[in-house]
Write a protein that binds this ligand. Structure first.
Ligand code: ATP
Length: 228
């Protein structure tokens, strides 16, 4: 069943139009890579889904028109965002960061620390004292604690050491295999994206120019639109 449906979505920053017609559909439990070169509208699409920017067109989560909701209510409807630049409460401990985000459901402190054992080891530490990779894990953990139906990760592995990136990809793989959460991923690593994603949607100049199964994304298509 379709969980998220964007059709002909448009959005602007003041007078400057950034999205010109984004089409994207996701089913429950599916991992979708949102791809495209820099500045093509990936983050703006995420902002539109989370109602952080006004948009026009179809924007549905299940049977709910997200356009009717303010951003804080989008989270309540089951959209968990890990934004670019991992936002955690620096002065709160790992445990406090996680429990502050908690909403009823399967995801609990225990389950998050089982997925990311490093967070378990650092439960009492202030978020500010964590490494970049641990802060990213905490940001993902916080989003999971909201028990989302849709988890969105915008450049979750950006700027991290290779070993930490591998831990994050492994965690995403586990989420894919062991849960029914739908995941929308933005990342620069085509190799890792291909391995974990079921589908891909490619944006160019604020428009969807290609979408399909990841297995149908041939090198000529990725070279044309993604540049790799
Ligand atoms: P990147 O990979 O660089 O993050 P992106 O695909 O996520 O790129 P967006 O950040 O969505 O692209 O940007 C889409 C367009 O909107 C670009 O032309 C960008 O310059 C513009 N844009 C993004 N943020 C703003 C803003 N706050 N104000 C004005 N224009 C913006």
């Amino acid at each position: 069943m379709t969980l998220l449906r964007l059709e002909n979505l448009t959005a602007s920053y003041g007078d400057s139009q950034a999205l010109f017609g984004v089409d994207l559909q996701m089913a429950q439990g599916e991992v979708t890579a949102l791809m495209g070169r820099n500045g093509m509208g990936k983050t703006t699409t995420v902002k539109a889904i989370c109602r952080m920017i006004r948009s026009q067109g179809t924007l549905m989560l299940d049977s709910q028109d997200l356009h009717m909701l303010p951003s804080h209510k989008v989270a309540r409807k089951g959209v968990g965002l890990v934004p670019e630049g991992r936002r955690c409460f620096a002065d709160l401990t790992v445990r406090e960061n996680l429990t502050a985000a908690a909403r009823p459901g399967d995801w609990t402190l225990r389950r998050v620390t089982e997925l990311f054992p490093r967070l378990g080891e650092r439960k009492g530490q202030r978020a500010a004292s964590l490494s970049g990779g641990e802060q990213q894990m905490l940001a993902i953990g916080r989003a999971l604690m909201t028990n989302p139906r849709l988890l969105i990760l915008d450049e979750a592995t950006e700027g991290l050491a290779p070993i930490v990136r591998q831990e994050i990809w492994a965690a995403l793989n586990r989420l894919r295999q062991e849960t029914n959460v739908a995941i929308l991923l933005i990342d620069k690593s085509l190799k890792e994206l291909s391995a974990v994603s079921d589908r891909a949607v490619i944006l160019e100049k604020g428009r969807t120019v290609w979408s399909g199964a990841m297995t149908d994304l041939t090198p000529d298509i990725s070279e044309k639109y993604v540049g790799v």
